[in-house]
Design a protein around this ligand. Structure first.
Ligand code: ADP
Ligand code: ASP
Ligand code: MG
Length: 587
């Protein structure tokens, strides 16, 4: 018999009629002979309504009480859906997260799942029942204390569903929602967004954590780690939807369900060169000119980092393979001659990266990586992060030492350690999807001492305060001989906490201060083919330049390019990049 975990999101159970419709659909799946575990969200926007209520009573609601309140949303839906099923003569039983035994960390509002007890669910399935489980919630077992209700974070019902599928070893997990599947971008913002039949877990992970709300990124992480077949489909019709594919090997082991693998690989790429253009004009089109020129010269650029502009100028730094340096240098010199600014190049560099979906949302991981390197005396020339990868560029002589120390720190085995791996993304599209995240602010710390350990200390301060920084960009420009700036983007809600977290540190660094950027949005393009195709970043910058949109910060990883732009330009940028890469259904 096929065991399916099916999740129905808020809009799919938004009112009584929708619940009755969904019940009919579930009934037909049941009649086809499937065993069914159903996970549901709160009805419509009731989680928002409950949050609003809380804020009316207390502008800073205690996290424990907020979880107590928010978890009631899902409890309403499980009861109503079970009633609707029973009315259709389908035996069903509702269960809260605590009743099932969805054991989580104790962190209210963002708890990760540690374990799911499956005995009770299996018992009910054996009795022929459809088991209807409340998503988004779990229970933490404080040692000797009373069990507490926890929630996983907004959008977390997807994660409940995939985690249940992993724990039950289900045949598939299907996420039913109000769109036909995963589209090239948010159809609410770009009308001709096109459905993808398949997408890799790696690409989806980037898209989901960069703003594509259709899936909770942690759900994708679990699907990838456990090799779960994950499908996103419409709850309104029978179309096939999008299937997520995973190249990763399935690994089974139930301990620490969401916590088991923060880092699952480390890689060292040698023979890299760093090219830095500093004090170049801060105008739309400059980055596009630069990277188009390099692309015409046949040069594949790896990391691109553009830090906050100070005054009227910008610094753009990027890495290329050492063999391309002579020609790249020549092309950059020509550009500098017309634009102004300075050019510096450096050979003999290596890129050291840790990767793993578990890095996301766990600020302590980047901090630990940087701390390990600084303890080994490795200075970081450049830092670039994505949700699932932290990279730094370091001097080659220290490459193997850095690799060894970091591998030990994260307990990585030989097969997880890669030196100069070859990428095999040939034939994949350079851009598969585009996402916009409007909920970001940019903060720069100016006059950070340029000594091993500074980045680590900064990240540690954020981590200890539970703040996740999204993009970390360490600028090339030295403010004076021995200091530099480091810029971060963080979630808007964490802005105040970030100030507090950094206060003690700033006191200990002479002349250091926080510079706040104005409202920003982050636009990202994601595609596996980007790693091997020359010029993708340049094309994205051109799409933005054509709309006269200035780029404030750039951060790239192999399969994504993100640009921080002004908040007001967000929607325009999304449309422009989507169109430029011909992603729409009308293209
Ligand atoms: P649910 O309540 O079912 O969990 P969500 O609102 O959380 O639904 O997620 C579905 C929404 O995600 C869609 O209505 C759509 O506006 C938005 N979305 C953003 N990016 C994408 C994308 N790339 N593909 C599909 N939907 C997207
Ligand atoms: N009801 C929760 C929310 O709105 C969880 C979810 O829908 O996934 O965030
Ligand atoms: Mg959702």
């Amino acid at each position: 018999m096929t065991l399916l975990v099916q999740k129905f999101g808020g809009t799919s159970v938004g009112n009584v009629e929708r619940i009755q419709e969904i019940a009919k659909r579930i009934a037909s799946f049941k009649e086809q002979g499937n065993e069914l575990v159903i996970v549901v969200s709160a009805m419509g926007d009731s989680t928002n309504q409950l949050t609003k209520l809380a804020l009316e009573v207390n502008s800073c609601p205690p996290p424990r009480e907020l979880d107590m309140l928010l978890s009631t949303g899902e409890q309403v839906t499980i009861a109503l859906l079970s009633m609707a099923l029973i009315k259709l003569d389908i035996p069903a039983q509702s269960m809260t997260g605590s009743q099932v035994g969805i054991i989580t960390e104790s962190a209210h509002g963002r708890a990760r799942i540690l374990e799911i007890k499956t005995e009770k669910i299996r018992e009910l399935l054996k009795e022929g029942k459809v088991v209807v489980i409340a998503g988004f919630q779990g229970t933490s077992l404080g040692s000797g204390k009373t069990a507490e209700i926890t929630t996983l974070g907004r959008g977390g019902s997807d994660t409940s569903a995939v985690a249940l599928a992993a724990a039950l070893n289900a045949d598939a997990c299907e996420i039913y929602t109000d769109v036909p599947g995963v589209l090239t971008t948010d159809p609410r913002k770009v009308k001709d967004a096109k459905l993808m039949r398949t997408i890799s877990c790696d690409e989806m992970l980037e898209l989901a954590s960069l703003g594509a709300a259709v899936l909770h990124p942690r759900a994708v992480e679990i699907a990838r780690n456990y090799g779960i077949k994950l499908v996103v489909r419409s709850s309104l019709d029978n179309s096939k939807g999008t299937t997520l594919t995973s190249l990763e090997k399935k690994y089974i082991g139930k301990e620490g369900l969401e916590l088991s693998r923060p880092v699952n690989a480390i890689e060292l790429i040698e023979n890299q060169s760093v090219i830095a253009l500093s004090n170049i004009p801060d105008q739309p089109g400059i980055a596009a000119d630069l990277f188009e020129t390099l692309s015409k010269g046949g040069i594949n650029v790896d990391l691109i980092i553009q830090s906050t502009h100070q005054g009227q100028t910008n610094d753009i730094t990027f890495t290329i393979s050492e063999k391309d340096l002579p020609i790249a240098k020549l092309l950059c010199e020509q550009l500098i001659n017309t634009l102004g600014g300075e050019l510096t190049t450096q050979n003999n560099m290596s890129k050291l990266s840790i990767r793993g979906a578990g890095i996301m949302g766990r600020p302590g991981i980047a901090a630990k990586f940087f701390e390990t390197l600084s303890r080994s005396g490795v200075n970081l020339r450049l830092i670039a992060t994505s949700e699932v990868k932290v990279s730094c560029v370091i001097n080659s002589e220290l490459g193997t030492k850095g690799l060894r120390c970091a591998s030990e720190a994260f307990n990585l085995k030989d097969k997880q350690i890669k030196i100069n791996p070859t990428t095999n993304f040939l034939g994949e599209p350079e851009v598969r999807g585009v996402a916009l995240d409007p909920n970001q602010v940019q903060v720069s710390v100016i006059n950070v001492p340029d000594i091993p350990g500074s980045a680590a200390t900064l990240c540690r301060s954020f981590a200890d305060a539970g703040i996740c920084v999204d993009t970390i960009v360490q600028s090339e420009r030295k403010n004076n001989l021995d200091s530099k700036s480091i810029s971060f983007t963080l979630n808007k809600n964490d802005r105040k906490a970030a100030d507090n977290a950094l206060k003690p540190l700033l006191k200990s660094w002479p002349n250091s201060y926080i510079q706040e950027g104005t409202g920003i949005a982050r636009i990202s393009a994601v595609g596996s083919g980007m790693a091997t195709q020359i010029g993708t970043a340049g094309r994205m910058f051109r799409a933005l330049a054509n709309e006269n949109i200035n780029i404030r910060m750039i951060a790239t990883s192999e399969i994504r390019t993100s640009c921080i732009i002004s908040e007001k330009d967000g929607d325009n940028a999304l449309k422009a990049v989507h169109k430029f890469f011909k992603l729409g259904s009308t293209e």
